[in-house]
Design a binder for this molecule. Structure first.
Ligand SMILES: CC(C)(COP(=O)(O)OP(=O)(O)OC[C@H]1O[C@@H](n2cnc3c(N)ncnc32)[C@H](O)[C@@H]1OP(=O)(O)O)[C@@H](O)C(=O)NCCC(=O)NCCS
Length: 206
């Protein structure tokens, strides 16, 4: 059963700090907004908010081996419980976002993840659009909005993404949203026991 708007409003976020090996000096901590203050981003068709809901449609997409063939999620079996755990692991350094349709608060076309290096002001982004919603421009719409947010109000200087060399949908998405090819990490991914694949990097600097 899909969650109600009441569930959405009452879902909590983890704000647990990441483990660090020393106390951070206040002066060494650059200004970047906390996850708690994520502003709902509105695009033509989406509202992008912190991911609070273990959507059945997301779990089904994550268990779709063909759809996840370019993602590390391909190695895992997902359930509502594992998805809840994933959601609970979010904090101000690991932001998870829900790509909800603007016309309805209770449907989602996918999710995004942002790993934040606050000291260097760099964000590494990932995205998953559920199979039935692919090739409709949602990925590009969400990616553009989140990338622009980080590089403007979000206080970051660089946004980047890495992907398997043969993930042409993702490569197209990055290049068509203004990112530039940054280079290739050779033989980065273990595909199966005897096959490896390169990682292609894209980035955009403010
Ligand atoms: C990659 C992904 C997010 C793209 O989302 P999407 O909503 O389908 O993308 P869009 O419809 O916004 O299209 C964005 C661009 O990619 C292109 N594209 C989309 N699917 C494509 C495909 N299968 N092959 C080649 N190009 C493709 C579009 O033509 C468009 O390029 P353009 O603007 O130059 O025309 C989606 O396919 C997905 O979730 N894949 C599985 C998860 C994944 O691989 N995530 C990335 C892991 S690094």
């Amino acid at each position: 059963m899909e969650p109600s708007s009441h569930d959405i409003e009452n879902a909590g976020l983890s704000t647990a700090p990441p483990s660090v090996s020393g106390d951070r000096r206040a002066s060494a901590d650059p200004v970047a907004p906390g996850y708690q203050h994520w502003p709902p981003l509105r695009t033509a068709r989406l509202v992008i908010v912190p991911l609070n809901i273990a959507w059945p449609s997301h779990v089904a997409a994550l268990n779709d081996r063909e759809h996840m063939r370019w993602s590390e999620q391909r190695r895992l079996v997902h359930s509502k419980e594992t998805q809840r755990g994933y959601i609970a692991s979010a904090n101000e350094y690991f932001v998870l976002l829900d790509l909800q349709r603007a016309e309805s608060l209770v449907t989602s076309v996918g999710s995004m993840s942002c790993v934040i290096d606050r000291d260097n002001r760099v964000v590494n982004m990932g995205i998953m659009v559920i199979p039935g919603e692919c090739n409709k421009g949602y990925g590009k719409e969400a990616w553009t909005a989140v990338m622009n947010y980080w590089l403007t109000g979000g206080g970051m200087v660089r946004v980047e993404a890495g992907m398997m060399a043969d993930n042409f949908a993702m490569r197209d998405l990055c290049s068509s949203t203004g990112m530039e090819y940054d280079g290739t990490k050779l033989s980065y991914f273990q595909i199966n026991d005897n096959s490896r694949q390169d990682m292609v990097m894209f980035g955009k600097v403010r």
